[in-house]
Ligand binder design. Structure first.
Ligand code: NAI
Length: 375
């Protein structure tokens, strides 16, 4: 049997999907459309070795199909590591819908997307992400049961942000124990970049724990509220990198820790919710060289996915909260692994995740994705 590019060279993927997957070995990449609603979607399943591939649906106006493919491959792989490092029986996946949600999102489009998700038979379970809401998850749920993050009034777990913030706080306590031999945060100064859904919940939790909080955000209204409600001290946007503090908490966008910003930091640790905080892998080394303890983002911000896992089992906040608090223990194990291996915590966290996927992923029952948690 000749290779496809020998007998039909023009059919060789113009997007280079196989090249894009490269050595990352994603299990499956599915393209879906619905011409009536204009749906164009790509779902990537990185791994179902530990269980169903869970990951949110990002609805975004990508510059090109290739950019959307790159994003969905990168994000689905990150979800595998996040779930594995959190000790969950979940794999990693992600969905992207191409286009501007403000312009093209309709009930029909979200339901058509639900059908694409359903066609995977539980190998992929979706959730909310940038550009999608709990209401969208409700529409998706009319076409498939493989969706989480349904509003609480409909029996779901609702907004994951409070759980994510709770996990970040647990991670900060783990860091405090390592650096200052106490998990009491009352003497801590924390600088938070971004006080949206997670950041604002973190401000509330930190001030309750007695910490001093400094905040920056592009949204002046959010800053005023944090000052009025919790006594947090606002600083101009760019100054957040320069303020003396114990912990710097990126809770806005990815890539905020870079060659340009790390030399400005005056903190002992970085512990935040934002995904992809380090601009490049080398920035984890840069932080270590600056004697700043980096708590890997995908370990710290796993509270949201842990919360969602509980929804798959039949939701209870009490159970979810107890599970989220284990984020602190997970981080402590990552630091111990970094000590043993003589690596930075980011490298150690990836290693912890890969080892769990290799160790547990061999169990045959886990490969029956979508069944172990629900049937
Ligand atoms: P959000 O959109 O509610 O909040 C982000 C905040 O950052 C907004 O207040 C925005 O005005 C602000 N912001 C934007 N650019 C900024 C800048 N340059 N400097 C300072 N502030 C800026 O988002 P959310 O849900 O709070 O998520 C925050 C981060 O945590 C994101 O990176 C997200 O991917 C990540 N994350 C969130 C989870 C969740 O449960 N919501 C779970 C895991 C990760």
């Amino acid at each position: 049997m000749p290779l496809i590019d020998e007998w039909m060279p023009e059919r060789r993927s113009a997007l280079g999907v196989f090249e894009a997957i490269g050595s990352d070995t994603h299990e499956e990449v599915l393209y879906g459309t619905d011409p009536v609603s204009g749906l164009q979607t790509i779902i990537a399943i990185h791994s179902t070795a530990l269980g169903p591939a869970l990951g949110g649906t990002r609805f975004y106006s990508y510059a090109s199909e290739a950019a959307a493919l790159t994003d969905v491959l990168r994000l689905s792989k990150a979800m595998s590591y996040k779930a594995a490092a959190a000790g969950l029986d979940l794999g990693g996946g992600k969905g992207v819908i191409l286009g501007d949600p403000q312009q093209i999102k309709t009930e029909r489009l979200m339901r058509a997307y639900g059908r694409v998700v359903d066609s995977l038979g539980g190998r992929y379970v979706t959730a909310e992400d940038v550009g999608t809401t709990a209401r969208d998850m409700l529409n998706i749920s009319r076409e498939t049961r493989w969706v989480t993050g349904i509003p609480e009034v409909h029996g779901g777990s609702g907004d994951p942000s409070p759980a994510t913030a709770r996990g970040v706080l647990a991670a900060m306590r783990s860091v405090a124990l390592r650096l200052w031999d106490t998990d009491d945060l009352s003497n801590c100064v924390v600088a938070i970049q971004g006080v949206g859904k997670v950041g604002s919940s973190l401000v509330q939790r930190l001030t309750k724990a007695g910490a001093t909080v400094i905040v920056a955000d592009v949204n002046d209204g959010a800053l005023t509220e944090m000052e009025r409600e919790y006594g947090a001290r606002p600083v101009p946007l760019d100054d957040i990198y320069d303020v003396p503090c114990d912990i710097f908490a990126p809770c806005a966008l990815g890539g905020s820790l870079s060659e340009a910003t790390i030399p400005r930091l005056k903190c002992r640790a970085v512990v935040g919710a934002a995904n992809n905080q380090i601009a490049t892998e080398a920035d984890a080394d840069r932080l270590a060289a600056a004697d700043i303890l980096y708590a890997p983002d995908f370990v710290v911000n796993a509270g949201g996915i842990i919360n969602i896992t509980e929804e798959l089992r039949g939701y209870s906040w009490e159970r979810a909260a107890a599970a989220v608090d284990l984020v602190g223990d997970n981080l402590t194990k990552v630091f111990a692994a970094a000590d043993t291996q003589g690596t930075n915590p980011n490298v150690a966290a990836i290693d912890v995740a890969q080892k769990r996927i290799a160790a547990i992923g061999g169990l045959s029952t886990r490969r029956r994705a979508g069944r172990s948690l629900t049937e």
